[in-house]
Design a protein around this ligand. Structure first.
Ligand SMILES: *Cc1c(COP(=O)(O)O)cnc(C)c1O
Length: 373
């Protein structure tokens, strides 16, 4: 069976974990965490990078930093991972779902303005599959209405919008290092802070509501409970693992993008049949996170998934729309979001991971083309 994903290992992970164990600093924010923070601050030009134990934790920190009040509204696409929404719902916010674009599963930027009310506090664009949302119109709306933009950049490592790195465009952004992502630590995440006004409080929220980070820098004589907070920092074991991945980021990205390009070229003939291939707007880049097809119907997708499985290939579908989920449907305002439903019903992801061989990929391509012949 060719799996959908196989977590990449550079080979240095266990050696670095051993190094962390020998150094005797196992809780968070030791040397490996500092290296990871520096990597993101230098390569991304972030004002501050803070490792978290998941992408979800970074989103929850963002929601805490916005000081949302019950009833405040947050606009996000329905076609996204569940924790994009739960992070804000935990704070009592009301999620207002926007449909996906007809061109790709990212939110339809033109549909956002009509959803803004006096209660709107934030817009949360998701860069689906690491492909940028159209950020300029969203940032302009946010400025005009004084809204925060929180990028869910969980899958967007090494993606760009008009030459600017994803995760650097909103006031805050969340990255994930879940084992399904390009750079992985099993579970892990990062809060990217681009608005310096959030830095001090982010450190406090991440350190159980205390000013412990300032204490370790020698800025206060003792650390105290000063705000709300929780425990959001990962241990050095996670950071050591992650550092082994970041050191190899270039090779990982080169391989994943090569696989992505090969799929795109080989499956191009399907476009003439009306099968959807990834649409990459001219303002966006490819980061090789995932490769999808949009089948012409739900039945066709079911049949293709079954055919591939018969041939030992594990393809998978993706998100179920959040606006019609059992938990949130009763809170949704009833608007139909046809494109979110369409991607939920018809999108199919093909195996894509660093160790996927040329032969395996050709076998997958042949199986897909044979299905449509
Ligand atoms: C992976 C992902 C998350 C969650 O990240 P975790 O690290 O698993 O908590 C959130 N949003 C999107 C869009 C994702 O792809």
């Amino acid at each position: 069976m060719i799996p959908y994903n196989k977590p990449y290992l550079s080979g240095s992970e266990t050696a670095y974990i051993e190094q962390a164990v020998r150094a005797g600093h196992l809780s968070g924010d030791g040397e490996f965490s500092r290296r990871c923070h520096r990597y993101f601050e230098q390569h991304y030009g972030l004002h501050r990078a803070l490792l978290t134990h998941s992408g979800t934790a970074a989103l929850e920190m963002a929601a805490l930093l916005l000081e949302l009040q019950p009833g405040d509204e947050v606009i996000m696409p329905s076609f996204t991972f569940v924790t994009t929404a739960t992070a804000f719902v935990l704070r009592g916010a009301r999620v207002v779902f926007v449909d996906s674009s007809p061109l790709n599963p990212n939110l339809d930027a033109a549909a956002v303005e009509g959803l803004i009310t006096p209660r709107t506090r934030a817009i949360v664009p998701i860069h689906y599959g690491g492909v940028a949302c159209d950020m300029d119109p969203l940032l302009a709306l946010a400025r005009q209405h004084q809204l925060a933009v929180v990028e869910d950049a969980a899958p967007a490592f090494d993606g760009y919008y008009r030459g600017r790195r994803l995760g650097t465009l909103g006031a805050l952004a969340a990255f994930s290092f879940h084992e399904t992502k390009n750079i992985q630590a099993g579970e892990g995440g990062l809060l990217a802070i681009n608005d310096p006004g959030y830095v001090r409080r982010a450190e406090i929220i991440r350190e159980k509501g205390t000013d412990r980070s300032a204490f370790f820098r020698g800025e206060v004589a003792r650390y105290q409970w000063v705000d709300v907070g929780s425990s959001y920092l990962p241990s050095e074991l996670t950071a050591a693992f992650l550092w082994a991945q970041l050191e190899n980021a270039e090779a990982i990205q080169a391989r994943r993008c090569a696989l992505w390009r090969r799929y795109t070229e080989a499956l191009q003939p399907l476009a003439a049949l009306g099968v959807g291939l990834p649409f990459i707007p001219d303002y966006a880049t490819v980061n090789g996170h995932l490769f999808y097809l949009v089948c012409r119907s739900a039945q066709e997708r079911t049949a293709l998934l079954a055919r591939l499985r018969e041939r030992g290939i594990l393809a998978v579908f993706h998100y179920q729309p959040l606006h019609s989920s059992p938990f949130y449907a009763p809170h949704h305002d009833g608007r139909a979001l046809p494109w979110a439903a369409h991607y939920a019903d018809c999108l199919l992801r093909l195996p894509l991971f660093v160790e996927l061989s040329e032969e395996q990929q050709q076998y997958i391509i042949d199986a897909v083309l044979a299905f449509y012949r």
